[in-house]
Design a binder for this molecule. Structure first.
Ligand code: 5CA
Length: 439
């Protein structure tokens, strides 16, 4: 992409009401624009990051055996009356009437819809386990939408729903999602801590939140350091084998968010030097709730004994749009965002220090063509701007590499290569720089 033809509306200053660093940087770097309280338009750069996060989530869901569908944003109130949640959900639900006076709602989650789909097709234990997921916009009429897309009203969620014949099967499904989540966040270079959690309005009795550490996080976490340092299991585990040991290894170490925290247990289970207390951001939440929806909605499965029982269900959410902000909270400096390679909107920014200079233009074109071919998605700053402004805007938008090409360097046979994360700059011939970026 050439910046001269692009749409990257960066701002010098963030609006005063943007309180946390990710919100300020998202507005300044031109990733999103607020359209109404808690409702955002995604601008080109922000959309690219959102799509990359979405794709990582999708790949890790698929790897763990989940199957993608797409459910509507608008749902029938009658389904929620069947589960009993229509009246319970309260003010957070955006209720709508269509021209036939039918009650609809903008889905805040999709347990009812997916249970309705499931019960229409699946009857036998032979068809289980099943895990259906979708990546779709949700709406929750939060009283205090704040911190930009971190706590929006309209937000993108990945929600998966597992169906099993019995509790043992449901636990295996839960374990697959538990481990898939760790792999998902690790691919975004986030350290996610699974903590025991409250189930809230989703209901059920087994639940974990996945929290990434950031000072501005809304949750307080208490965790054993060994858990914090334990890595993700990696993609090559036997997804349909016994995953319990891998899960036990992690859940046996103390970790809880404020609502579930028990100081006495924390002190008993973690020696002082292993106790970590920090603030964090909830980026995922998984629940096992058994028959809570399948029973009232009559999603029943015939077992091998021929007896029909409600399916055992769980649900598994990832805050896809929240992750954009969470990654920024975890990875930025005074100059701007520092994107992890896997979610960066473009892989490298090429800075043309003197557009119109034939040699500089030619070197930039050569770099642009080579990096495009190598799949590095270059963003070429060919605008007629001062070098200082170009440096500042590329630091702000945070691409992993900057390739700086100007007349002085070229006269000596060199370009400059800068690593955004470290600020390290090195002069070298163009071909050598291309090899570093795309080995
Ligand atoms: N049905 C379950 C799992 S599919 C569910 O709705 N879980 S949830 O309420 O915990 O939401 C899942 C994830 O969505 C959360 O972990 C969080 O990362 C994200 N999320 C929730 N509310 C918001 C919001 N207002 N703005 C942005 N992201 C949100």
């Amino acid at each position: 992409m050439r910046l001269s033809r692009y749409f990257m509306p960066t701002l010098r200053d963030a609006p005063a009401d943007a309180q946390i660093v990710s919100h300020r940087l998202m507005l300044r770097a031109g990733l999103v624009r607020q359209e109404a309280a808690g409702i955002y338009a995604w601008l080109p750069l922000g959309l690219r990051v959102l799509r990359k996060i979405e794709q990582i989530v999708r790949e890790e869901m698929d790897r763990a055996g989940a199957v993608e569908i797409l459910m509507p944003t608008l749902q029938l109130a009658d389904l929620w009356r069947e589960s009993g949640r229509y009246d319970d959900y309260g003010e957070e639900m955006l209720r709508i009437k269509d021209r036939h006076e039918r009650d609809l709602l903008y889905g805040p989650t999709a347990e009812e819809v997916v249970t309705d789909i499931f019960r229409s097709y699946v009857r036998s234990y032979k068809d289980l386990p099943k895990n259906l997921y979708n990546i779709q916009w949700k709406f929750r009429d939060e009283r205090r939408p704040r911190f930009g897309v971190m706590r929006g009203r309209e937000f993108l969620m990945k929600d998966a729903y597992s169906f099993d014949v019995d509790e043992a099967g449901a636990r295996a499904s839960y374990n697959r999602m538990f481990l898939a989540y760790l792999n998902t966040f690790a691919r975004m270079e986030l350290q996610a801590i699974p903590v025991r959690a409250d189930t809230g309005p989703i209901g059920g009795d087994l639940s974990h939140e996945f929290i990434i550490l950031a000072e501005t996080g809304e949750s307080e976490v208490f965790a054993h350091r060994d858990l914090v340092e334990m890595g993700a299991p990696g993609p090559d585990i036997d997804w349909f084998g016994d995953l319990q040991p891998l899960v036990d290894q992690r859940t046996r170490l103390y970790a809880a968010s404020d609502e579930m925290h028990d100081q006495a247990r924390f002190e008993a289970e973690a020696p002082p030097e292993k106790r970590m207390t920090a603030r964090g951001i909830e980026v995922g939440h998984i629940f096992y709730f058994g028959e809570k929806y399948s029973k009232p909605m009559k999603a029943v499965i015939a077992g091998s004994d021929g007896v029909e029982r409600p399916a055992q269900m769980g649900s598994y959410g990832v805050g896809v749009s929240r992750l954009v902000a969470a990654i920024i909270e975890a990875s930025h400096d005074d100059a701007g965002i520092i994107w992890p390679e896997s979610v960066a909107p473009y892989g490298v920014g090429i800075i043309n220090l003197r557009p119109g200079d034939a040699a500089v233009d030619a070197a930039c074109e050569r770099a642009y063509a080579a990096l495009t071919t190598a799949g590095k998605e270059p963003l070429l700053d060919d605008r007629d701007e001062r070098p200082g402004a170009k440096f500042a805007s590329l630091d702000l938008v945070g691409l992993p590499w900057q390739l700086i090409i100007g007349p002085k360097g070229l006269a000596e046979g060199n370009v400059e290569l800068k690593r955004r994360a470290t600020g390290e700059r090195q002069a070298m011939p163009l071909e050598a720089a291309l090899k570093v970026i795309a080995p």
